[in-house]
Design a protein around this ligand. Structure first.
Ligand code: SF4
Length: 335
């Protein structure tokens, strides 16, 4: 795995050319649930604005959310910001060097902590993100249901056992990166390219001719659906829109958003002074665990304002705010 990563693995990604824990940590958080090609632009913009952990810690939350806007999963942005503040407050602005200490910070799970410790400080410690879980489960033909915590723990133990020997400390970064690269480019969820795989001769799932059976995970997320009416109130004289900051819990927590209502009647009650509210085409926005059926309604205002918490935000200000993706899309369509 180490030799293969050095000759055939990925080396071109910007966060691979550094051992700066701030940059590695930032990339690891961004890469959770987001494709590399999407992350590249966000990563560069974040670093241009927040070149180090102190700059990120000192930034207003709205600015962090604004730069994160479009990456989704905003709890990551919130934890990113809190983590930077804790690194400054608890560790004097320097990331701790061990996976155990890193894992005490907000938003840093066991695997992310291990990746930062291995890449930046050479700690001999295992990772088990989604890609690596798939690689190892196949390599070992591990049939335990990974929805069961004890089975997940057993795979962690196997990942520890497989680490390169302790007397070759330089290998851990290449090994860790190699597992990630293999999972991202060859050992894909569907139709893995086993002929190109450096560990094909060792792979028990391949020997059994049933690679896609692994990893086994029985419990699926239970999806729910919710219908919301979205008020797009716009001031006629200058095009400003009515936005409010969402509470810290629930959907779109902490983001700036258009007001939403459980019924059309409730929405109309909030804009008695608007001239002729109009329905826009409804659409579905898919979250991890929920389908949001959104019914936007535009309402032009002249002198009055909606009877719901919020404020007018000028057309040159809202693009920089942290907005949920469907709200941003709606506003862009009306701009
Ligand atoms: Fe994955 Fe195939 Fe390699 Fe096994 S041989 S680890 S299934 S790519």
């Amino acid at each position: 795995m180490v030799a293969w990563q050095r000759s055939h693995g990925r080396h071109h990604l910007p966060w691979q050319r550094t051992r700066d824990p701030y940059r590695v940590w930032l990339s690891e958080i961004m890469l959770q649930q987001t494709q590399v090609t999407t992350v590249l632009g966000y990563y560069e913009r974040f670093l241009a604005r927040f070149p180090d952990v102190a700059a990120l810690a000192a930034a207003p939350e709205d600015e962090v959310f604004g730069l994160w806007s479009g990456l989704g999963y905003y709890s990551r942005a919130r934890n990113l910001h809190r983590c930077a503040q804790e690194v400054v407050a608890r560790f004097g602005g320097r990331f701790p060097h061990t996976a155990a200490e890193l894992a005490t910070l907000p938003g840093i799970g066991r695997s992310t902590a291990a990746a930062v410790a291995a890449f930046c400080f050479g700690e001999r410690v295992a990772i088990l993100d989604g890609n690596v879980r798939r690689v190892l489960a196949r390599l070992l033909a591990y049939g335990g249901d990974l929805a069961v915590a004890a089975n997940e723990r057993a795979l962690w133990t196997a990942a520890d056992v497989l680490l390169p020997p302790a007397d070759r400390p330089d290998d851990i970064a290449a090994y860790t990166q190699g597992l990630m690269d293999l999972g991202a480019t060859i050992c894909l969820p569907r139709r893995p390219d086993c002929l190109l795989c450096p560990v094909q001769a060792l792979c028990r799932a391949r020997a059994g001719g049933d690679v896609e059976r692994y990893p086994v995970r029985s419990r699926k997320l239970r999806r729910t659906a919710q219908t919301l009416w979205v008020l797009l109130a716009q001031r006629e004289e200058d095009g400003a829109v009515w936005l409010h900051k969402r509470p810290a819990r629930g959907i779109w927590a902490g983001l700036w958003a258009l007001p939403v209502f459980e019924s059309r009647e409730a929405l109309l009650a909030a804009c008695p002074s608007a001239a002729e509210p109009q329905d826009l085409p409804a659409f579905v926005h898919v979250l991890t665990h929920k389908d949001l059926h959104l019914h936007p309604v535009t309402a032009p205002f002249t002198s009055q304002q909606p009877a719901i918490e919020g404020s007018w935000v000028d057309a040159d200000r809202w693009p920089a705010l942290g907005l949920p993706a469907p709200v941003r899309r709606l506003l862009e369509q009306r701009a």
